[in-house]
Design a protein around this ligand. Structure first.
Ligand code: HEM
Length: 268
C-alpha cells in the first residue's frame, strides 16, 4: 500500500494534477493516516494532538496552494477554482478552501480503491491470468473491483430532514444517519451472488461513486487511474503474486472505511 497505492496511484494524481512535490505529498498522506483517529474520538473529547497537527499542516498546504495559484505560479484546474472565487465570485473563501481540501480526501479514495482492486485480482489468479492474456478485459475487471472492494461501507454522515423509516427502523428529524452507498453494490436482486468476484460481470449502476447531487466528479479520473495502474502492473510484472498465499487482509480506516493496511507481494 505504501509503494503502490501511496506512491504510484496517489503520487500520479497529486503530482500531475496539482504539481505537489514529495514533501507535500507526505503532508496529505499523514493527514489521511490520521483520519481514523478523528472518527474514534468521542463527542466532547478534544482531538488528539497528532490529529490537530496533521490537520493544520494539511490546511496550511491548501492555503499555500491557493496563494501560489493567485500569484500565477502554476496554471491548472486549481487555478481555475481560485479564479472562480476571485473573478466570477462563484465560490466563497470557505467553499474554495473546502473544495480543495475535499479533493485531497477524494484522491485518497482512489488509493484505497486501487488497493482493494489489487487484493481481488491477486486472490483470483485464474481471472488475473485472463487479464494478462487479454488486456481489453481490464476496464470491466476494474468496474467489478470497484463494485466489490472499493472503499468499504464508505459512509457519509447525513442529517434527517424529517421523520421517516428505513427498513423498519424509525428515524427522527435531526438524527445523524450514516447511509452506505456501497451496500447497494451487494444487492442480490441487482448483482446475483454478490460476493462472487467475476471480471465478466460487467456490473452496471454500481454506487461506489454515490448518486445524486453529490455524485463523484472524479469518477472518470478515478476509474482511469486505477485502470492504468493495473495495466502497467500486469504488463511489467506478469509473475507478481502475493508473498504469502494464505495472506489474511487486515483493514483499518475511519468509521465506515475499509483501508487495506498492507498487501505484501513478490514481483519476480
Ligand atoms: C476510485 C476513486 C474514487 C471513489 C470510489 C470516489 C467516491 C466518491 C463518493 C462515494 C462520493 C460521494 C460523497 C458524498 O456522497 O458526499 C465522492 C464525491 C466526490 N469526489 Fe470522489 N471518488 C473517487 C475519486 C475521486 C477523484 C480522483 C476526484 C478528484 C480528483 C474526486 C472528487 C470528488 C469530489 C469533488 C466529490 C464531491 C462532489 C460533491 O459533493 O458535489 N473523487 N467521491
Amino acid at each position: 500500500m505504501e509503494q503502490y497505492g501511496a506512491k504510484l496511484v496517489m503520487g500520479a494524481l497529486v503530482t500531475t494534477m496539482m504539481g505537489l512535490n514529495e514533501e507535500r505529498r507526505q503532508v496529505l498522506l499523514d493527514y489521511q493516516d490520521m483520519l481514523p483517529l478523528v472518527t474514534a474520538t468521542k463527542p466532547g473529547q478534544p482531538y488528539p494532538p497528532q490529529c490537530q497537527r496533521a490537520t493544520k499542516r494539511a490546511a496550511d498546504l491548501v492555503n499555500e496552494v491557493i496563494a501560489e495559484r493567485r500569484a500565477g505560479l502554476r496554471h491548472d484546474f486549481l487555478g481555475d477554482l481560485v479564479q472562480a472565487r476571485d473573478q466570477g465570485d462563484m465560490l466563497s473563501d470557505q467553499e474554495l478552501f473546502g473544495m480543495i481540501f475535499g479533493l485531497f480526501g477524494a484522491i485518497a479514495a482512489t488509493t484505497r480503491s486501487a488497493g482493494g482492486a489489487l487484493y481481488m485480482l491477486y486472490t483470483h489468479g485464474d481471472q488475473r491470468a485472463q487479464l494478462i492474456r487479454n488486456t481489453t478485459l481490464i476496464p470491466d475487471a476494474v468496474e467489478e473491483c470497484l463494485r466489490i472492494a472499493s472503499n468499504g461501507y464508505f459512509t457519509f454522515a447525513r442529517i434527517a430532514t424529517r421523520d421517516t423509516e428505513v427498513g423498519g427502523t424509525a428515524i427522527r428529524e435531526g438524527m445523524i444517519v450514516r447511509p452506505s452507498p456501497l451496500a447497494a453494490n451487494y444487492d442480490p436482486t441487482v448483482f446475483p451472488d454478490p460476493l462472487r468476484f467475476d471480471i465478466h460481470r460487467k456490473p452496471k449502476r454500481i454506487l461506489s461513486f454515490a448518486v445524486g447531487p453529490h455524485h463523484c466528479i472524479g469518477s472518470v479520473l478515478g476509474r482511469t487511474t486505477i485502470t492504468i495502474a493495473i495495466q502497467r502492473l500486469l504488463a511489467r510484472f506478469p509473475n507478481a503474486r502475493l508473498a504469502d498465499p494464505n495472506f489474511i487482509p487486515v483493514y483499518g480506516g475511519a468509521v465506515g472505511e475499509l483501508r487495506l493496511q498492507s498487501l505484501p507481494m513478490t514481483i519476480q
